[in-house]
Ligand binder design. Structure first.
Ligand code: ADP
Ligand code: MG
Length: 307
């Protein structure tokens, strides 16, 4: 595993230095990024907290890694159970070290299970928004290097519909909305989809119903959200599948291991593997040519907001 991590870092650094050679001084970063093969960006989000975003992010990332993808998780949620806690990882450096210029983004990556690499949390989207323009530019261009290094970048985003959070989410290739059968979760998921779907451009929506009793309940919940989105917003929300309510999730959390590894024969693990199989087959090789870098879009967003 650590071997794979080292290889990822080497490859990433190599690509990053090629880019530096390629780029004429003053060339626009977005144009440069457009030519590269870049990771598919999956933003995991929800209207309401506590619905299982972090568990979905971590276990989907691991399940995709088990299918041979190079996966990086970016922890952008300031929730209680951070990605690093779920995986029993102890961050040594954080994005603030990147901002300070003493580390680069590859130094702060943590080695997670199955070769998954983690950009540790305690940073969050509000953190980015509060940085000065020069620090933010520096950090975002460093983060953009991750996109050339991975096949899939999974972002665990915060809940809520602030302008900055929803912009971030809308820039992802895939917007994976997590909802539970609870009424408030359903209405909040719909509200989230509504806000994002009104933006000029946004990624493909899909929905995971978490903590369902069974497939039938999940399909009922998923059907109602997808129908309302289609009817009232004209927005197609694809079904990504469901995860049953499963006590193995709490047991795995106690062991600080992803449930898909700690309890591979649990129902929840079967559910997440099926979501990962569907995701992997849809994104194919994962990397997309001629797409605009996610972090470049965020840079442009901040540049526009500053006007
Ligand atoms: N499918 C599930 N079955 C049982 N418990 C779950 C399931 N998914 C999540 N949980 C529990 O719900 C809580 C919230 O999960 P978490 O991933 O931290 O949510 P979020 O990131 O959306 O705030 C955790 O205590 C977790 O163990
Ligand atoms: Mg969370």
């Amino acid at each position: 595993v650590s071997d794979q991590a080292t290889k990822l870092r080497e490859l990433a650094r190599m690509r990053a230095s090629e880019e530096a050679v390629d780029s004429a001084p003053g060339s626009p970063p977005v144009l440069l990024a457009e030519r590269k093969h870049l990771a598919r960006v999956i933003a995991v989000t929800s209207g309401k907290g506590g619905v299982g975003k972090t568990h979905v992010s971590v276990n989907l990332a691991v399940a995709l890694a088990l299918r041979g993808k190079r996966v990086v998780i970016f922890d952008a949620d300031l929730g209680l159970a951070n990605v690093d806690i779920l995986l029993g990882l102890k961050p040594v450096y954080t994005l603030s070290d990147v901002v300070a210029g003493s580390r680069d983004v590859f130094d702060i990556l943590l080695d997670g299970p199955a070769g998954v690499q983690v950009v540790p949390g305690a940073s969050g989207i509000p953190y980015l928004a509060n940085l000065g323009p020069a620090d933010r530019e520096h950090m975002l261009s460093d983060l953009a290097r991750l996109e050339s290094a991975a096949d899939v970048l999974v972002i665990d985003t915060g809940a809520g519909i602030s302008e900055t959070t929803t912009s971030f989410v809308s820039f992802a290739d895939e917007i994976l909305v997590v909802a539970t059968p609870e009424a408030t979760s359903i209405t909040d998921a719909y509200a989230m989809i509504k806000v994002i779907s009104r933006r000029e451009r946004h990624g493909r929506f899909s929905l995971v119903v978490n903590m369902a009793q069974n497939r039938i309940e999940a399909e009922r919940v998923s059907g109602s959200i997808r129908n309302v989105a289609r009817e009232f917003l004209g927005t197609e929300v694809h079904s990504a599948g469901h995860i049953v309510r499963d006590q193995h999730i709490a047991l795995a959390l106690r062991k600080r291991e992803p449930f898909v590894l700690a309890y591979p024969s649990s129902q929840a693990a079967a559910c997440i593997r099926s979501i990962a199989a569907q995701t992997a087959s849809r994104i194919g090789s994962g990397r997309t040519q001629n797409k605009i870098s996610f972090f470049s879009k965020i840079r442009s967003f901040f540049q526009r907001s500053a006007l």
